[in-house]
Design a protein around this ligand. Structure first.
Ligand SMILES: N[C@@H](CCC(=O)N[C@@H](CS)C(=O)NCC(=O)O)C(=O)O
Length: 320
């Protein structure tokens, strides 16, 4: 445990896979720390973050006795060295095996994460499709890596969690979120059986569950981003008036729109509700408290419709 002379603080953001890596490592090593959430990472970084990571201005930052350490995998290496006696060792002691573990961790960032980002943030549908293709290719390569590193044992680190498990483990919550949103399995049991089993096994560990973010919160965050992007498309100048709140119940449900003038752009906003599931057309507004099972926003001008159907899927279609 970090004692009085070993004060640890972690600057983070709950949805960040990189922050999750550090939380996982601290959890497996049994180190206690103070967690400080960046409240508005994208628009208003805290003084402490700017001071602690002036180069990248990103989380995670680990502050050990006042000294900051930045970059998730560098933080893991630091924890290994500074707290060598705490918990299991995450890096193998044999130099070549150590290097192999570092190689795959860097592959996860360079190939897996970058193609994942293209898949969700790509500017065009083609770009996103290319991202998805590259992601699935990277996952297949990683299946081979797991086979090589684990040597038939459950984890990249063998019998215990290791450096590769932490590197990939940061993404577990987002893999599950994307599975829910897309209806796809990113680690498929028939194509990448080792990774599919790893995902379940890793996610089920107590020390993982202790720090894993709530997947439903990530789903809601994603759905809120989709809705915002859509309304940005439709009504850029009204975006600041559109408030999108997500339901804790599951489907990103309660859209409270105080959107004056949106009717000029969105011609109909149609919802159907539980339990009667009856269609009730509403112009430009959903009252707080609804739990829509289906939400459709339709724009004559843009000739597009976006449709959110519980649970968690959305489709965007051209309309005639
Ligand atoms: N390579 C970095 C990536 C860290 C990173 O991208 N952090 C994001 C949160 S997921 C961030 O702080 N973004 C703020 C920004 O881009 O301004 C690491 O491994 O720590």
């Amino acid at each position: 445990m970090a004692g009085q002379n070993n004060q640890l603080k972690l600057l983070g953001s709950f949805a960040s896979p990189f922050v999750l890596r550090v939380k996982l490592a601290l959890s497996f090593k049994g180190l206690s720390y103070e967690y400080i959430e960046e409240k508005d990472l994208l628009n208003n970084k805290s003084e402490l973050l700017l001071k602690s990571n002036p180069v990248h201005k990103k989380v995670p930052v680990l502050i050990h006795n006042g000294k900051p350490v930045c970059e998730s995998m560098i933080i893991i290496q630091y924890l290994e060295e500074a707290f060598a006696d705490a918990g299991p060792s995450l890096l193998p002691s044999e130099p070549h095996e150590r290097t192999v573990a570092r190689f795959w961790a860097s592959y996860i960032d360079e190939k897996l994460f970058s193609s994942f980002m293209v898949m969700i943030m790509g500017k065009t549908d083609e770009e996103k499709a290319e991202g998805r293709k590259q992601l699935f290719a990277a996952v297949e390569t990683l299946e081979g890596a797991l086979k090589e590193c684990s040597k038939g044992k459950p984890f990249f680190g063998g019998d215990n969690i290791g450096y590769g498990d932490i590197a990939l483990g940061g993404f577990v919550a987002w893999v599950k979120t994307r599975d829910l949103l897309s209806g796809l399995k990113h680690f498929e049991a028939d194509k990448t059986p080792l990774l599919a089993a790893w995902l379940e096994r890793f996610g089920a560990l107590n020390k993982t569950q202790a720090v894993m973010p709530d997947v439903m919160k990530l789903v809601e965050l994603s759905a809120a981003a989709v809705v915002q992007a859509f309304f940005h498309l439709l009504a850029t100048r009204y975006l600041r008036d559109a408030v999108c709140a997500a339901s804790p119940a599951g489907f990103a449900a309660k859209y409270i729109m105080s959107v004056e003038g949106l009717s000029r752009k969105v011609d109909s906003l149609v919802t159907s509700h539980k339990p009667a599931n009856k269609l009730c057309g509403k112009r430009c507004g959903l009252a707080a408290g609804y739990e829509p099972t289906r939400l459709q926003a339709y724009s004559q001008n843009e000739r597009t419709a976006i449709c959110f159907v519980a649970p968690f899927q959305h489709t965007k279609q051209k309309v005639d």
